[in-house]
Write a protein that binds this ligand. Structure first.
Ligand code: AMP
Ligand code: ZN
Length: 478
């Protein structure tokens, strides 16, 4: 249930198109249509990729707490994304298929995509990201790609070369309106020396292929360009004009400028009203990426004692537009804060009453300020420590805030119980024995037991209310 008095607050989002925050205006009766560029499913998503979807989930939740309905698409790129974001290199899926020793067939490529798509869905669930209403696969929209390219051909926007069909950016007077072109794309393209294109910033809408990875088209056998796939899937599920389009900031110069160029040239309408981009997750101050090999998966975080929701909590402590540099200290401290939060909430009596209007109103004001989750989280802590609120009302108020934060606070007790049972029984037995030794002031034996616990990969921390066991991080990157 959404309480009416929370609804009518103004919302501001930073729109990359105009490079400033602007007021979001939308008819309440219409769903807000959101498109988020999805993963290329040739490998597991890394936690940098997942930052993008925690951001898009927060955006959806923010709109929903303000009383909007949403229609959300996260696509699955399972063909056509080359190893550079521009037109060079091999198709990432083809490369991954070859690496796994499988024959190059469309069926095998589809199966590979299904495998990593399922892994991605598992990651979304672990991060408590609401499932999008649509999760289309690029390989299932080839006929529409061909249709869109044909439309561009009729309007004179494309030309054919030996290697593919290209969009002629000189025909689009607005090309590059998202920005980023001069700095990034020209430099990148000058290195590529792609002589067959009329201009370095022209881009492939269809690539020819001689092997089994391809479909027949009026221009020859091949596969669609990555950009055309997103235009097609966005328009198929959400219509010619969508409300908000998101992605990581790396997509601004090439992918998103190209999506705009081809969509707007084909339809003559605005493709997306608002463009929002998350900043990078970095590691040792470099962008986390699969190609650099400096990435971590959610499973790896968990193996090292940082839960997916602890990671979510860490991300929410900063603006989605600020770069975040990964360190175990920062992650562990977010994990500790999350555990503390779970402990506080699980100690509260069952929620009761209407959430406190002033507290939730202030909280939503922060959220509506371009998703200022850092401030919103500090409001959550202030509420936790607010002694003037009746505990059951406090609980109800906190759960209302969690509709945006998505930290599963309604399940605090269950999460704590499940966590406790995840520590191996022999480690718990050692910790219990040590607790007993400490009660008896047998410090020598207690120290021996601490070492035994550490040898099993855990640290034990003594607290006023007992002890806390934590897995020691053993990570290949730190
Ligand atoms: P990809 O699977 O490479 O197409 O990326 C999926 C999403 O993750 C895109 O929105 C990217 O912009 C985003 N992304 C990739 N690397 C990072 C990173 N290190 N930090 C934040 N977002 C990223
Ligand atoms: Zn896209």
């Amino acid at each position: 249930m959404i309480f009416d008095f929370f609804r009518r607050k103004p919302i501001f989002f930073y729109n990359t198109l105009v490079k400033s925050k602007e007021r979001f205006r939308h008819p309440k009766r219409k769903a807000v249509r959101l498109y988020h560029c999805g993963p290329t499913v040739y490998d597991n998503a890394h936690i940098g990729n997942l930052r993008s979807y925690v951001f898009s989930d927060t955006l959806r939740r923010a709109l929903e707490i303000n009383g909007y309905r949403t229609e959300q698409v996260i696509n699955i790129t399972d063909v056509g994304h080359l190893s550079s974001d521009a037109d060079e290199g091999e198709d990432k899926m083809t490369k991954s298929l070859a690496r796994s020793g499988k024959t190059l067939t469309l069926d095998n490529m589809y199966a590979l995509g299904t495998f990593y798509m399922n892994a991605f869905i598992k990651d979304l669930e672990a991060l408590n990201i609401l499932m999008p209403h649509f999760m289309p696969r690029a390989s299932e929209h080839i006929a529409e790609d061909i249709e869109l390219i044909s439309r561009l051909e009729k309007k004179g926007f494309i030309y054919k070369t030996e290697h593919g069909v290209y969009f002629d950016t000189s025909k689009d007077k607005d090309y590059g309106k998202l920005g980023g072109i001069d700095v990034d794309v020209k430099v990148m393209h000058s290195r590529l020396q792609s002589t067959e294109k009329k201009a370095s910033r022209d881009f492939a809408v269809w690539k020819f292929s001689k092997d089994a990875i391809g479909w027949e088209s009026p221009w020859g056998k091949g596969y669609p360009g990555w950009h055309i796939e997103c235009s097609v899937m966005a328009m198929h599920y959400l219509g010619k004009t969508i409300d908000i389009h998101t992605g990581g900031q790396d997509h601004i110069p090439i992918h998103h400028n190209n999506e705009i160029a081809q969509s707007e040239s084909a339809t003559g309408r605005t493709f997306a009203k608002i463009w929002m981009h998350n900043a990078f997750l970095t590691i040792s101050d470099g962008k986390m990426s699969k190609s650099a090999g400096n990435f971590l998966t959610l499973d790896e975080l968990e193996e090292n004692g940082v839960s997916p929701l602890g990671y979510r909590m860490w991300l929410l402590q900063a603006s989605y537009r600020s770069p975040m540099n990964l360190s175990w200290e920062a992650l562990s401290s977010a994990e500790d804060s999350y555990t503390k939060l779970l402990n506080f909430v699980s100690a509260l009596p069952s929620p009761h009453g209407t959430p406190d209007k002033k507290i939730v109103g202030d909280f939503i004001r922060d959220v509506n300020d371009d998703l200022n989750t850092a401030k919103a989280i500090s409001k959550l802590w202030a509420t936790i420590h607010d002694t003037s609120l009746a505990p059951d009302l406090k609980h109800a108020t906190i759960l209302e805030m969690d509709k945006v934060l998505g930290l599963k606070l309604r399940e605090a007790r269950e999460i704590l119980r499940a966590r406790a049972s995840r520590v191996p029984a022999d480690v718990i037995a050692l910790a219990e024995e040590r607790e007993e030794a400490r009660k008896n002031k047998n410090w020598q034996h207690s120290d021996v037991l601490r070492i035994a616990i550490e040898q099993k990969g855990y640290t034990v921390e003594d607290r006023a209310d007992g002890y806390k066991l934590q897995k020691n991080p053993q990570c290949r990157l730190f």
